[in-house]
Design a protein around this ligand. Structure first.
Ligand code: DGJ
Length: 723
């Protein structure tokens, strides 16, 4: 287990208090002098417990206040701004206390800052997660007076990084095209990544950022900072640079979101999780994946079931016989779980398309006369687990719920209601505790009536269209974006407290919620509504920058693909899906005998490699973003005795030179036996099958893929098992 060290050494002046909080490979160094300011002096590779004062000689201009406040000496970027009850716009924070403590997950350093005159306190927390290289940081802002004050900026983190040849990476997309990687040289000035969707806050811009410290990014070399904001609402990550300095400032997006702090109230800002790597982007990703599996996902160390989801197979056309047939067919292929997607509910307003029924979570008896119970029984008969789709934060105006409670949806006074999907979709007001109870009740009812339900797909297909709540008073409307998510978190926590075992997928029009703002309550995310395996090579590659394979739902779907119309060989579709959490998103009865035979073999193989893919370390080898002919990645288990390699030809050009792919995750001191895990023809595995190769050769000479990947959309999945 990683040692987490925390020391304070008073060096220099009697009052100077230096703190080093470390993970195995990283340290943050803070100076917090009583009654003075608190400074982040260092964040980077691990240093010694007493090294902080020694660093000043080398980096005298590196000092950065840990939580600068607006009002006095106003120039520059600040972390917090507030308006006092008497109209004073300034805060003057000084250190009142420092505390070193621990909780079950790691070591904490807490700097308490207090305003010198007004009763405002900020506890700034830094947490080193045991067994990982992640440090989390957030603040707890308290109004200890009687009168309300207004917060107009309330960041989670204000992190100084070394200014140099910095390149910034962020992940930008839209529906069915989530998370494309964008890398730009960091200019002097400000670059902002933010979201204003209100709900699908990872769709356009993922709430994550990498910043290199030494030139353009590389996969396994170079210094890279990585950070993720753990907030599901609107957020803002700023990178601010001058010739001398570079800061990452991250927090809730305060645009249209001032927050009134009543006397005695505390606002806890969301956590910003960060790491620093000397092994390039790969090091950042592996640090986040390890942390996620242990701390930031539900059941992060529990292998996931192979499932069939009904959506692309039948869309809204669910019925008892059809669902049971799908259960039978996925079982025959070797699958373990069947999930019934949209279309199963609504009575007066039956859900036959996107226009009706959201909010009416009673079974549609015409389609499913035996109810959910009948499906649960059918799943038992067929020997698979059962899961179900819901979209609990939403209603349609064509629903009994809306007819009964029109006041429960977000709306602006004296304005026509904006309506989304199907021309009728509206968003429930989760600021309202009654609505919170109702949303909790949807899951609670399903799970109490059917404790056998093993899996829930929680969808969210709208943004906050109308900024108004009938619940919040007039002077608190400006808190809607934030209070919605505080409400949602309460609901999710109640569900988790009562149902710790159920697996929940975080879906949001595809990948609208791939975010550590949600994942702590979920097990996985739906990576994209785009299931075209060819484009998935890109989408999964980018999602893997911060999010682990165990959480990345990757489903083999039909060909031609329903979104892109592209025809993709079944083997390629499986080889791509098998690099994540494998599932199927098709109608099995439409598969040919030969396709079924292949799918059965691929699923059996996935069961073998599943622990390595889902719990192992990822090494990305050749990026599809390099626009070459191939893409390749691999997973390695903890002791590197098992490696799983995926190679894809994404742009075949005859006789084109394809470089050797070096397997950076292999162990030089091991010899491996190779097994082709997904030959198209069982009798004709790839020529490498059964051969032996040393880790040295894999790392230093590599695999020549033109011999293996012949033709556009050819692919391979190889396992290397140490002798
Ligand atoms: C959007 C999701 O991303 C899809 O997978 C599917 O569940 C549909 N919603 C159902 O309406």
């Amino acid at each position: 287990m990683t040692a987490v060290l925390l020391t304070a050494a008073a060096l220099g002046s009697v009052k100077a208090q230096h703190y080093v909080l470390s993970t195995e490979h990283t340290s943050i160094g803070i100076t917090a002098n009583k009654d003075g300011k608190s400074y982040i002096q260092y964040y980077g590779a691990r240093i010694g417990d007493n090294d902080l004062p020694r660093l000043f000689a080398l980096k005298s201009n590196y000092t950065s206040e840990s939580y600068p406040a607006f009002g006095l000496k106003t120039k520059g970027q600040k972390a917090i701004a507030a308006i006092m009850p008497d109209g004073n716009y300034s805060l003057d924070l000084a250190v009142s206390n420092t505390e070193r403590t621990a909780d079950k997950d790691g070591q904490l350093l807490i700097i308490t800052l207090r305003d010198k005159v007004y009763p405002v306190q900020v506890r700034q927390v830094f947490k080193a997660y045991a067994g990982t290289d992640i440090i989390g940081t957030w603040t707890e802002i308290s109004n200890q007076g009687k009168k309300s004050l207004k917060l107009t900026k309330f960041s989670s983190a204000y992190i100084p990084l070394e200014r140099g040849d910095n390149y910034m990476l962020h992940y930008h997309g839209e529906w069915a095209c989530e998370n494309y990687i964008d890398e730009t040289k960091m200019p002097n000035g400000e670059v902002v990544i933010n979201e204003k969707d209100g709900l699908r806050t990872a769709w356009i811009n993922n709430p994550t950022v990498m910043m290199t410290l030494d030139g353009a990014s590389r996969e396994e070399q170079g210094e890279v900072f990585g950070g993720a904001l753990m907030w599901g609402g609107n957020y803002k990550i700023q990178a601010v640079a001058t010739n001398q300095n570079l800061h990452i400032i991250a927090g809730m997006n305060e645009e249209n979101s001032n927050y009134t702090l009543d006397g005695g109230e505390t606002l806890t800002t969301p956590e910003f999780a960060m790491t620093y790597s000397q092994q390039g982007k790969g090091g950042v990703s592996r640090a986040f994946h390890r942390w996620a599996r242990r701390y930031a996902l539900q059941h992060g160390n529990q292998l996931r079931d192979i499932l069939l989801n009904s959506w692309e197979g039948v869309y809204f056309n669910v019925n008892q016989a059809g669902m049971e047939e799908m259960m039978k067919n996925i079982k025959a292929l070797g699958g373990e779980l069947f999930v019934m997607d949209d279309g199963w509910f609504g009575d007066k307003w039956a859900r036959n398309n996107g226009e009706t029924g959201l909010g009416d979570w009673m079974v549609n008896k015409k389609k499913l006369p035996e109810g959910v119970k009948g499906l649960v029984k059918a799943a038992k008969r067929q020997g698979v687990k059962f899961g179900i789709w819901i979209e609990p934060e939403m209603a349609n105006t064509k629903s009994e719920l809306y007819e009964k409670h029109p006041e429960w949806v977000l709306q602006c006074k004296n304005r026509p209601l904006s309506q989304g999907r199907g021309g009728t979709q509206v968003v429930l007001d989760l600021c309202n505790p009654k609505v919170q109870d109702y949303v909790f009740g949807i899951t609670d009812n399903l799970l109490t009536e059917n404790p056998e339900i093993a899996y829930i797909k929680w969808d969210c297909n709208a943004y906050i269209m109308d900024y108004g709540s009938t619940y919040l008073p007039a002077d608190r409307q400006e808190e809607l974006y934030i209070r919605y998510h505080q409400g949602l978190r309460k609901v999710l926590q109640r569900i988790r407290d009562k149902y710790p075992d159920v697996i929940i997928q975080c879906c949001s029009s595809g990948g609208g919620r791939i975010s550590y703002g949600y994942l702590p309550w979920y097990d996985e995310f739906w990576t994209s509504d785009n299931t075209d395996a060819y484009q998935r090579v890109f989408l999964q590659w980018s999602a893997s920058q911060f999010y682990p394979a165990i959480a990345m739902a990757a489903h083999a779907s039909a060909s031609p693909n329903h979104q892109t119309k592209r025809e993709v060989p079944l083997k390629f579709r499986f080889d791509v899906a098998m690099s994540g959490r494998l599932g199927l998103e098709l109608q099995p009865k439409d598969m040919s005998e030969q396709e079924r035979e292949f799918a059965q073999r691929a699923i059996a193989s996935y069961k073998e490699i599943r622990p390595v893919v889902q719990l192992g370390d990822l090494y990305r080898l050749v990026s599809p973003y390099d626009k070459g002919s191939i893409a390749a990645l691999m997973y390695a288990n903890e002791d590197k005795s098992r490696l799983v390699f995926f190679g894809y030809n994404i742009q075949y050009l005859h006789k084109e030179m394809v470089p050797y792919v070096k397997l950076s995750g292999a162990d030089e001191n091991k010899t491996y036996v190779i097994k082709d895990m997904s030959p198209a023809d069982a009798a004709k595995p790839c020529f490498l099958d059964g051969k032996k190769v040393s880790g040295k050769v894999l790392r230093n000479a590599g695999l020549k893929l033109n011999d293996i990947l012949k033709g556009q959309m050819s692919s391979v999945c190889l396992e290397f098992v140490a002798e």
